[in-house]
Design a protein around this ligand. Structure first.
Ligand SMILES: [Zn+2]
Length: 223
């Protein structure tokens, strides 16, 4: 299972980069997790949207979903899984006749090719889901945006890898590097940091804790 970070920024991207977007290649299907700002252009460096089997949007904050809107002009029909709130964003996504929008919630279990997707509601200002992607008895977790919650420990336990939102300073709706390290320790999983702030440098704290950082364009082997 390979994950290609296409966009790794939170809030807004650094120049020439993209906000949250991760291309997941399973054995027989391809799925994109999140479509933040700049990601439609960045994604097309690697794959055309017509070759993506489904888009899974963890939540409808702009840095995770806004490029799913111009996707409406791209030829073809696009399968998009996302939460149904905030309703004004959901309505915009639903409006396009080329979008086949399907609602996710906690407990939803979806299948794309041989990959399955399970969801856990995170702690974030809007309805947000961490995603567990599984195939052939193995899995990885994309925490999406979240503050610390003990529930993440069980959700991540037993997975091969956790891509986690632990690169923002304390006091934001995200985890800190220390919390990312705690998640790795308590769930017994390998953690890679994602969702970097364009204005705050998390690298010193991440490297002090031995947490590697995802890099745009550099493939991660989940297993
Ligand atoms: Zn968010």
């Amino acid at each position: 299972m390979e994950i290609l970070p296409v966009g790794i920024y939170g809030a807004y991207p650094a120049p020439g980069c993209a906000s949250a977007c991760y291309l997941v290649r399973g054995s027989d299907a391809t799925v994109v997790l999140d479509m933040g700002s700049g990601s439609l252009s960045a994604l097309r460096k690697y794959i055309e949207p017509k070759d993506v089997d489904a888009f899974v949007l963890s939540h409808l904050h702009y840095d995770h979903f806004c490029d799913a809107l111009p996707l409406a002009y791209y030829p073809g029909r696009h399968v998009i899984y996302c939460p149904a709130t905030p309703s004004e964003c959901f309505t915009l996504l639903k409006k396009s006749p080329s979008h086949d929008v399907r609602v996710i919630n906690e407990g939803a279990h979806i299948k794309v090719g041989s990959m399955t997707f399970d969801f856990m509601r995170t702690v974030h200002p809007v309805e947000t889901y961490a995603v567990r992607v599984s195939e052939g008895g193995r899995s990885f977790v994309y925490t999406a945006d979240t503050q610390w919650t003990d529930r993440l420990i069980d959700f991540c336990r037993g997975s091969e890898l956790v891509l986690t939102d632990c690169s923002f300073p304390a006091g934001t709706p995200h985890m800190t590097a220390e919390e990312g390290a705690r998640l790795g320790r308590e769930s017994g999983t390998r953690v890679i940091a994602i969702h970097f702030s364009p204005v705050y440098d998390a690298s010193p704290s991440l490297s002090a804790l031995g947490i590697p950082e995802a890099e745009a364009g550099r493939t991660i082997k989940a297993w």
